[in-house]
Write a protein that binds this ligand. Structure first.
Ligand code: GLU
Length: 367
């Protein structure tokens, strides 16, 4: 099923790579996976996003107790990450493949300058036939500014490097209409072309034993990829050949729409943590539907904490998110000019600003 893809991000969940009881690396499984990786590495670009640092380090931080405090998880991650990288290096060395460790924080995908920087680094590794092994930099990531799950991190990495396939290796065979561990009549959906509200609701109840993601974050990841022309496969890792034997019966595939919006707009569309929001009126909503800019006159409310150049959400009517864009003003300026005509801006602020609060080139509709 994966032969025709060229750039593949493989996300490995904690429950696949770590033995739940011993909290040690599942080495037999890793050996099998690396054999498969060698096969595909020859004529494709492979990127690994691997979880497990916190689970691996947890034994040394608090023996046999689950970690709840952030500082415990951060400390565990710093212990476990060395082990994780070491295992990848050893295992892939057997196949004469070099690896690199890439630790990212949320800001590396959300701040455009850093995003472009991370993209360059990863692409340089790929050009040199080195496999990047990516994880979140859990040791410095804090509760408010972290992905928290590697599903969405992997999707942002896939987007960053224009991958055409994301494989989420997990402990489930794919996406079911109900939680398969609780419902015998749960049915697997093999192909999904659009993530609707009902698909999101089906995902809500399905979690896994070790990782922090569950099905909800897998669906979010698939959504990010689908917006970027990248397909997503969810499959069970517990197969003899974890990659080679992926087929329709043991996986679900989310097929991407081949849209052609610019990479800047795609980056915007998949932004995970907008700094603030604006609410707009009917006229402004019509304007953005006709691909026009958002003027202060059509804004009825602003909120959050944002500076000029930050990403903000656009709501219409009150609760529905209709767009996302880059604000030309900070929140204090925005508060003063909303509802006002653009020609009044210079008088109100005391300097010449842009006519638009979000220019059409910096705006992308979400529905
Ligand atoms: N970054 C976390 C770790 O390495 C994993 C997050 C997740 O479970 O998705 O432990």
């Amino acid at each position: 099923m994966i032969n025709n893809y060229k750039k593949i991000v493989i996300k490995i969940g904690s429950s696949s790579i770590i033995n739940n009881k011993t909290k040690k690396i599942n080495s037999k499984w890793m050996t099998r996976l690396c054999k498969d990786i060698e096969k595909y590495h020859k004529d494709k670009n492979i990127i690994i996003v691997c979880s497990g640092a916190i689970a691996l380090g947890s034994n040394l931080i608090k023996k046999n107790k689950s970690l709840t405090k952030l500082e415990d998880k951060q400390a565990a991650a710093s212990v476990g990450q060395i082990e994780l990288a070491h295992q990848w290096r050893q295992n892939l060395k057997e196949h004469k493949i070099n690896i690199a460790q890439v630790l990212l924080t949320l800001e590396d995908s959300e701040v455009r300058r850093r995003y472009l920087n991370a993209r360059k680094t990863i692409n340089t590794l790929l050009t040199n036939k080195i496999i990047p092994v990516v994880n979140e930099n859990d040791t410095v990531a804090t509760e408010e500014i972290r992905y928290g799950d590697n599903d969405r991190l992997a999707a942002r990495v896939a987007q960053m490097i224009d991958a055409d396939l994301l494989i989420l290796l997990s402990d489930v065979d794919g996406f079911y209409d109900k939680n398969p561990t609780k419902n015998k009549d749960a049915k697997k959906i093999s192909e999904i072309f659009k993530i609707t509200r009902s698909i999101e609701q089906m995902a809500n109840s399905q979690t896994s034993s070790l990782g922090s993601g569950g099905m909800t974050t897998k669906i979010s990841a698939a959504k990010i990829c689908m917006n970027n022309g990248c397909d997503t496969i969810i499959t069970n890792s517990a197969k003899k050949q974890p990659l080679n034997s992926i087929n329709r019966t043991n996986s679900s595939i989310f097929i991407a729409s081949k849209n052609s919006s610019s990479s800047r707009k795609q980056w915007l569309l998949n932004h995970l943590h907008p700094s603030g929001f604006i609410k707009i009126d009917e006229g402004a909503h019509k304007a953005i539907k006709n691909n026009k800019s958002l003027l202060p006159a059509g804004v009825i409310e602003v909120g959050g904490k944002f500076s000029r150049g930050d990403v903000i959400s656009v709501y219409y009517p009150k609760k529905e998110k209709v767009a996302i864009g880059i604000s030309a003003y900070d929140i204090y300026e925005a508060r003063k000019i909303i509802g006002k005509k653009s020609k009044e801006i210079s008088k109100i602020l005391g300097y010449e600003g842009r006519d638009e609060i979000i220019h059409k080139d910096d705006l992308v509709r979400t529905i």
